[in-house]
Design a protein around this ligand. Structure first.
Ligand SMILES: Cc1cc2nc3c(=O)[nH]c(=O)nc-3n(C[C@H](O)[C@H](O)[C@H](O)COP(=O)(O)OP(=O)(O)OC[C@H]3O[C@@H](n4cnc5c(N)ncnc54)[C@H](O)[C@@H]3O)c2cc1C
Ligand code: FES
Length: 270
């Protein structure tokens, strides 16, 4: 069950001029959040912006006894709400409703997991990586960013024995170009019999390309879509995604309820 809490800001760690990690005291959300779920957040008291905004649960924070004590958000400043999250101060209260949405389905060994992240699309993968690590699943993170300085939190994944494949658009770290290039090479090189589950989150173009590659190489692919969300609870229909129907045709689902994690091969991308 989602809960609505006024979560105290524990810490705000700036990563760059646009990115930060905000740690929130929210034990009830931390105790029940599953990888891929999100929270609806409002970090300011006023009416501008009026509505909350969706954020993936980035990390589950634990106290000294190992009990879930809070969550963190990986935030990219793009407008008014994300600017408030960027500027939040320790001790401030942040309205936080969650956990919401359908999580990733976590594979079991001997299947391998390949996570494909673009930019702030890294956010749902720290909790997924933790769940995969706990199950002993061999995992790779394919992570693409604009430049080296925007490849964040790599140690979170290294500490969980996740193999990293990095790309940057300007070639300043990892391979020069898009993350789907090394993904396609790995798909082409892999044995068709080895079970591999693909997970993706990032810009829509990257999601579509990843889902199409996964379909072409007959791999299951779960994508976390980032539609504009007005309520996060199924009431406003701002977040609909077109999906293929079983017998042809198209129907729409609300990605806050049926997603944000959806089957990549069922989304109508064009
Ligand atoms: C399920 C889900 C999880 C998300 N997780 C994260 C996260 O962990 N960290 C993070 O930084 N962001 C995340 N986002 C995106 C985040 O919600 C938007 O960036 C935010 O709503 C923008 O609000 P704003 O008031 O700052 O900007 P606005 O003023 O509302 O918008 C600024 C610009 O961003 C565009 N925009 C708004 N919402 C989205 C969106 N959902 N996707 C793409 N473009 C958008 C607008 O069209 C506009 O051009 C997530 C979105 C969803 C749906
Ligand atoms: S965000 Fe309102 S229906 Fe999905």
């Amino acid at each position: 069950m989602p809960v609505d809490v006024a979560a105290e800001v524990i810490a705000n760690h700036p990563l760059s001029g646009d990115y930060n990690v905000l740690a929130l005291a929210a034990p009830a959300i931390a105790a029940s959040a599953q990888p891929g779920q999100f929270v609806m957040v409002k970090a300011g008291p006023g009416q501008d912006p009026l509505l909350r905004r969706p954020f993936s649960v980035f990390e589950i924070l634990r106290d000294e006894a190992g009990s879930p004590a809070g969550i963190s958000l990986l935030n990219k400043r793009v407008g008014a709400s994300t600017a408030l999250v960027y500027a939040a101060k320790a001790g401030q209260l942040v309205a936080c409703l969650g956990p919401l949405g359908r999580p990733f389905s976590v594979v079991e060994a001997p299947a391998e997991a390949w996570m494909v992240a673009g930019g702030v699309g890294l956010a749902p993968f720290a909790t997924l990586a933790e769940a995969l690590h706990a199950r002993g699943v061999r995992s790779t993170l394919f992570y693409g960013a604009r430049r080296a300085a925007e490849l964040f939190c790599l140690n979170v994944f290294r500490d969980l024995d996740i193999e990293l494949t990095l790309t940057t658009e300007d070639g300043s770290a990892g391979e020069h170009g898009r993350i789907t290039a090394p993904l396609e090479r790995r798909l082409r090189a892999g044995s068709a019999d080895a079970p591999v589950a693909i997970y993706a989150c990032g810009p829509e173009g990257m999601l579509a390309a990843t889902a199409k590659l996964a379909t072409a190489y007959r791999r299951p692919c779960q994508v976390s879509v980032e539609r504009i969300m007005g309520c996060g609870l199924g009431g406003c229909y701002s977040c609909v995604v077109p999906m293929r129907s079983e017998h042809g045709g198209v129907h729409h689902v609300r990605s806050c309820l049926s997603g944000p994690v959806l089957a990549g091969d069922q989304i109508v991308w064009d």
